[in-house]
Design a protein around this ligand. Structure first.
Ligand SMILES: [Mg+2]
Length: 184
């Protein structure tokens, strides 16, 4: 039997231990909309603050990966821009694919976080040390998540998760200070 504060401490501990952040794309890094050009090219809109968050996370030593069911060139381009180490598109079984990524980078399940929004994310989220649902995830994903973000997918939800992990490690304040003007 846990008190709510010991549950909170346990979650804080798990957040502080995350080394690999895994992200779904549609509905997590984007709002979920997919636009097609007349030439059949898929377009997506990403949030710039998620991008800076991912860079800050990586600069703090964190690993990042994308595991998505769809396949598009724009995801490859965005991942390259951000230096995301693991990019897996067209994934049918996210649990199996994630097991492969973890084996490749030597990170145990307990030190992985997965951010999802829909049913294909459910099994892998529940297996990871920290399963995160974006605010507008489907009800089953929200129900299963250890954390539900305040922000919806594509509007800074990933940034929010990264802030929580860095705050749990106690390193967020130092990061923010780098952006603040030097005091006289
Ligand atoms: Mg999704």
């Amino acid at each position: 039997m846990h008190t709510s504060s010991s549950l909170h401490d346990a979650l804080h501990q798990r957040l502080a231990q995350v080394r690999l952040l895994l992200l779904d794309v549609d509905g997590v890094l984007t709002e979920g909309g997919v636009t097609w050009t007349n030439d059949g090219v898929e377009q997506k809109t990403f949030h710039i603050r998620d991008g800076l968050g991912i860079r800050l996370w990586q600069r703090a030593g964190g690993l990042t990966g994308i595991v998505t069911g769809r396949t598009s060139r724009v995801v490859q381009l965005r991942a390259e821009e951000l230096g995301i180490g693991f990019v897996r598109q067209g994934v049918e079984d996210k649990l199996e694919m994630t097991a492969g990524i973890l084996a490749e980078c030597g990170v145990p399940w307990e030190q992985a976080a997965f951010v999802g929004d829909d049913l294909p994310d459910l099994a892998v989220m529940m297996r990871c040390g920290v399963g995160v649902a974006v605010a507008n995830a489907c009800p089953e994903v929200i129900e299963a998540a250890a954390i539900v973000t305040r922000m919806p997918g594509g509007q800074g939800a990933v940034r929010e998760v990264i802030e929580q992990m860095l705050k749990a490690r106690g390193s967020w304040e130092a990061i923010v200070r780098r952006y603040q003007p030097a005091s006289a």
